[in-house]
Design a protein around this ligand. Structure first.
Ligand code: FMN
Length: 315
C-alpha cells in the first residue's frame, strides 16, 4: 500500500524532547533575541538554538565578519554576544514560544563553560548545546584544543554537573576521528551529539585591497561546500555510537537547504537536522519547505514514519 503524505509522521525525539518536525535553527543564525526566535518558530522550525553565549559580554571580531561566496559562507564572528546575565534576561520567557529552544554556551575553561551554563539554564531551555568546535576564535573551540577526546570529556562533565537538561556536544569536522570525540562526549555525560560546526578555517582575498576579505583573516566555511563533509561526519558519529553499543541522537548540521539534503542527513544517522546558512540564502521559510519536502520524500520511499529512516544508509 502506498503512503499518503498526510499520514507521514516526521516528528523527532531528541532525548525526550519532542519536535513536530526535525528541523532545528543552527546556533549563531539570528538567534540573539526573542523577537527573532518568534519569527523563526512561526516559519515552521521544529526547534531553535540560540547564538552561543559566553559568561562575560564579548565584542567579537571586527567587521567584515561574514561573507557569502559561490559555495556558501565564510564567517569569523568571534562569539560576539551580550554575556550570560543579559542573555538570561532576554530569554526569560521561553514558555511563550511554540517550539523547544536549545541554549548554547562556550568558554575558555571547563569552569567558564559551567558558569555560563548554570546562569543560562535558569531559563526554560529544553536542552543545552556545547560547541567545542569553533575554528576562528582564539581561546575557544579548536584553536584552544577543545577538540581532543580528553578536553571533550572534561568540558562535557563540567556542564553536565550544572544542569539536568540533555546536553548536546557540538563537534568540529576538522578532526581525524570524529567518532572518538562523540564517544568521549557521551562518556562525559552528553545526551546527544551535534555534528558539525563550520569547517576550516578558510580564506577569501580581496585582490584590490590585497588582503583577506574578513577582518580576522580566516573564518569557518558553511553551506553547500560543507555538506558532504558534514554528512560523512554524521555517518561516522552514528556508526561509532552504534558500534560502541550505545544509543544517542545526532543533530546533523552542514549545508542542509532542502528535504533531499535533510533526508541524506537522516539516513546517515541524524535524528534532526540543523539549518544555518540556508536561512540566509532562502529565508526563514526554508524550515517549512524542508518539512514539507521530507514528507513527500517519505511517501516516495514508502515510509510512514521518518524515524524508520534514521541510519538507513548503514544497513
Ligand atoms: C554567521 C554564523 C555564525 C555562527 N555562529 C555560531 C555560534 O555562535 N555557535 C555555534 O555553535 N555555531 C555557530 N555557527 C555554525 C553553525 O551553527 C553551523 O554549525 C554551521 O554554519 C554549518 O551549518 P550550515 O552549513 O547549515 O550553515 C555559525 C555559523 C554562521 C554562518
Amino acid at each position: 500500500m502506498s503512503v499518503n503524505v498526510d499520514n507521514v509522521n516526521i516528528s523527532s525525539d531528541l532525548c525526550g524532547i519532542n519536535l513536530k518536525n526535525p528541523t532545528v535553527l543552527a546556533s549563531g543564525i539570528l538567534g540573539l533575541s526573542m523577537d527573532l526566535l518568534k519569527r523563526l518558530a512561526g516559519a515552521g522550525s521544529g526547534a531553535l538554538t540560540i547564538k552561543s553565549i559566553t559568561n562575560a559580554q564579548r565584542k567579537g571580531h571586527d567587521n567584515p565578519t561574514v561573507i557569502a561566496y559561490e559555495a556558501g559562507m565564510l564567517n569569523a564572528v568571534g562569539y560576539s554576544n551580550p554575556g550570560a546575565v543579559a542573555a538570561a534576561q532576554e530569554f526569560s520567557d521561553l514558555a511563550s514560544l511554540p517550539v523547544p529552544v536549545f541554549a548554547s554556551v562556550v568558554g575558555q575553561t571547563p569552569e567558564e563553560f559551567a558558569t555560563a551554563a548554570e546562569r543560562l539554564m535558569q531559563c526554560d531551555f529544553a536542552a543545552l548545546e556545547v560547541p567545542l568546535s569553533c575554528p576562528h576564535t582564539p581561546g575557544y573551540g579548536t584553536l584552544a584544543g577543545h577538540g581532543t577526546p580528553e578536553a571533550t570529556e572534561e568540558i562535557t562533565r563540567a556542564v553536565c554537573g550544572v544542569t539536568d537538561k540533555p546536553v548536546f556536544v557540538k563537534l568540529s569536522p576538522n578532526v581525524p576521528a570524529i567518532g572518538e570525540l562523540a564517544l568521549a562526549a557521551l562518556e562525559g555525560g552528553a545526551g546527544g551529539i551535534t555534528a558539525v560546526n563550520s569547517m576550516g578555517p578558510g580564506m577569501l582575498i580581496d585582490i584590490d585591497a590585497r588582503r583577506p576579505v574578513l577582518d580576522f583573516g580566516s573564518g569557518g566555511v558553511s553551506g553547500p561546500a560543507l555538506r558532504p563533509v558534514a554528512l560523512r561526519c554524521v555517518y561516522d558519529v552514528h556508526k561509532a555510537i552504534r558500534d560502541a553499543g550505545r544509543t544517542a541522537p545526532v543533530i546533523g548540521v552542514g549545508g542542509v537547504a532542502c528535504g533531499e539534503h535533510a533526508m541524506q542527513m537522516i539516513q546517515a544517522g541524524a535524528s534532526a537536522v540543523g539549518v544555518g546558512t540556508a536561512v540566509y540564502q532562502r529565508g526563514p521559510r526554508v524550515f517549512g519547505t524542508i518539512a514539507r519536502e521530507l514528507k513527500e520524500i517519505c511517501c516516495r520511499l514508502n515510509a510512514d514514519n521518518l524515524r524508520d529512516m534514521i541510519g538507513a544508509a548503514h544497513e
